[in-house]
Write a protein of this length. Structure first.
Length: 181
């Protein structure tokens, strides 16, 4: 019998001084059985870094043709496609063809470095693609904060991210590997 997703209730308070965005999002997050706590937390950080009124978490790992997070226009066009991990060159190409803007958040240290070395040259033709690496030591620290009911406070200033949950604190310093034009 297949395992079911685990439901997480998250109150995500975002204070983004760089974009002047201050809002609290109440999210219900389905964690796929094969998803790690680290990936779950990376998903929440990616959401916070791009938080907007119409940004949505998708089904994620359970569907191949959807990103982890997206924003659609009122008429249904894909404005923003956010993927986590190490997508193939084919997936990058398809994503860039479907959405106005695509952001990939690789994480995991050495495997992410190897992936970027492999696909970097083929991404130069995608003007709508950004790649933002999240350092492994920082995402591992985030994973320790994961719980079924979270009240996360995310402060973003000068590109640095501070995440707090209760008395726990973690810092993430995203590294821009490629910026959309």
């Amino acid at each position: 019998m297949a395992q079911k997703a685990t439901i997480y209730k998250v109150e995500l308070s975002v204070s983004d001084m760089d974009r002047h965005y201050y809002e609290t999002h109440k999210l219900t997050v389905a964690k796929h059985p094969s998803e790690t706590d680290e990936r779950l937390m990376v998903r929440l950080i990616a959401f916070a870094l791009n938080a907007q009124e119409h940004l949505e978490l998708t089904k994620g790992l359970s569907t191949d043709d959807e990103p982890d997070i997206w924003q659609k226009s009122l008429s249904g066009e894909l404005n923003l496609w956010i993927a986590l991990g190490l997508p193939s060159e084919k997936v990058l190409r398809q994503s860039c063809g479907k959405a106005d803007k695509v952001i990939v958040y690789p994480y995991g240290g050495k495997p992410a470095d190897v992936w970027w070395d492999k696909v970097q040259n083929s991404t130069t033709r995608f003007d709508n693609l950004s790649v933002v690496n999240l350092p492994e030591i920082e995402t591992e620290a985030l994973s320790k904060m994961a719980s079924r009911a979270m009240k996360l406070q995310v402060n973003i200033q000068d590109g640095e991210v501070m995440v707090s949950e209760g008395d726990q604190l973690a810092y993430v310093n995203p590294v821009d590997w490629k910026t959309a034009k």
